[in-house]
Design a protein around this ligand. Structure first.
Ligand code: G
Ligand code: G
Ligand code: MN
Length: 248
């Protein structure tokens, strides 16, 4: 895997996030792929090891560099988009990520687009106070934080509020149960949406696959949709081409 990092084999795919009110793309999630000679390795085959070994730190850095170049080269889009990068708690244990982001913001290479971060609830944050201090520095750059896999992990309501996140990403696990009234998760999704609304958090629903789900979510005020119903994760050239077309 170290060799793969050196050879720059970890590349970004992009999945559009679309406002169901307007059909317009508001941003995207950046999803890492390992490009080997003959195939694309999906993240579930390397992210767990990357995270547990600490290699994820270097991988995220080169991913961000790659995204910045893609935006400069390929993104001719007039509206401002956010590019959401996945981070892990370890990214908040040193100043490296902050310094990288600061440099990017200072050189103004993104034009009117912006970076955003998402942190998973799957992994615990050891020192919440220290993490919050780092985050405040990152927020001061104009970069916000979204909570990923919301409802599945270590989170909890006070945890989410303490981190100062802007957005809850509602996990596919809950979206999947829409329409199934027997399911426990069907009640959970309504509770998550209620909490987010009460707390003034934005929401993005993940893994949305049907128009039914889009409508259920819209009725509850969730308009930002990430899922196959609109778009799959795509390589840079396809993603940036599709952007123009989706605007119609
Ligand atoms: O497309 P999907 O198979 O892309 O992603 C599977 C999982 O891998 C998701 O849980 C996603 O959060 C994670 N993942 C994808 N890209 C990255 C990344 O750049 N960093 C981290 N830490 N996780 C990622
Ligand atoms: O970071 P996170 O765990 O949220 O990563 C999102 C994951 O969900 C990625 O693996 C992505 O490829 C996947 N995904 C996104 N939209 C859909 C969808 O509509 N259906 C399914 N099955 N997977 C999706
Ligand atoms: Mn994510």
């Amino acid at each position: 895997m170290k060799l793969g990092i050196k050879r720059k084999e970890f590349i970004p795919y992009y999945q559009a996030i679309i406002d169901s009110n307007t059909g317009k793309t508001v941003g995207c999630e950046v999803l890492m792929r390992w490009k080997m000679a003959d195939r694309m390795v999906p993240p579930n085959q390397f992210i767990p090891f990357a995270e547990s070994s600490g290699l994820i730190l270097d991988m995220t850095k080169s991913l961000i560099d790659h995204v910045v170049l893609d935006i400069q080269k390929l993104c001719k889009f007039e509206q401002s988009l956010f590019f959401s990068i996945n981070i892990v708690p370890e990214h908040l244990e040193s100043d490296d990520l902050y310094l990288l982001l600061k440099q990017i913001m200072q050189t103004n290479v993104l034009g009117h687009h912006r970076l955003s971060l998402e942190i998973t609830e799957r992994l615990p944050i050891k020192d919440l106070n220290a993490a919050r201090e780092r985050l405040n520095k990152i927020y001061s750059l104009g970069i916000d934080l979204k909570i990923d896999d919301a409802g599945t992990g270590y989170g909890g309501f006070s945890y989410i509020l303490n981190l100062g996140v802007s957005t809850l990403k509602i996990d596919k696990m809950f979206v999947d149960t829409i329409g199934n009234t027997e399911s426990f998760n069907a009640k959970t999704i309504d509770a998550i949406i209620g909490f987010a609304n009460q707390s003034g958090l934005e929401m993005i629903a993940e893994g949305v696959e049907s128009q039914n789900q889009v409508e259920y979510l819209a009725q509850r005020g969730v308009h930002l949709i990430q899922g196959y119903v609109y778009a799959k994760p795509e390589p840079a050239d396809t993603f940036f081409q599709q952007l123009q077309k989706r605007q119609g």
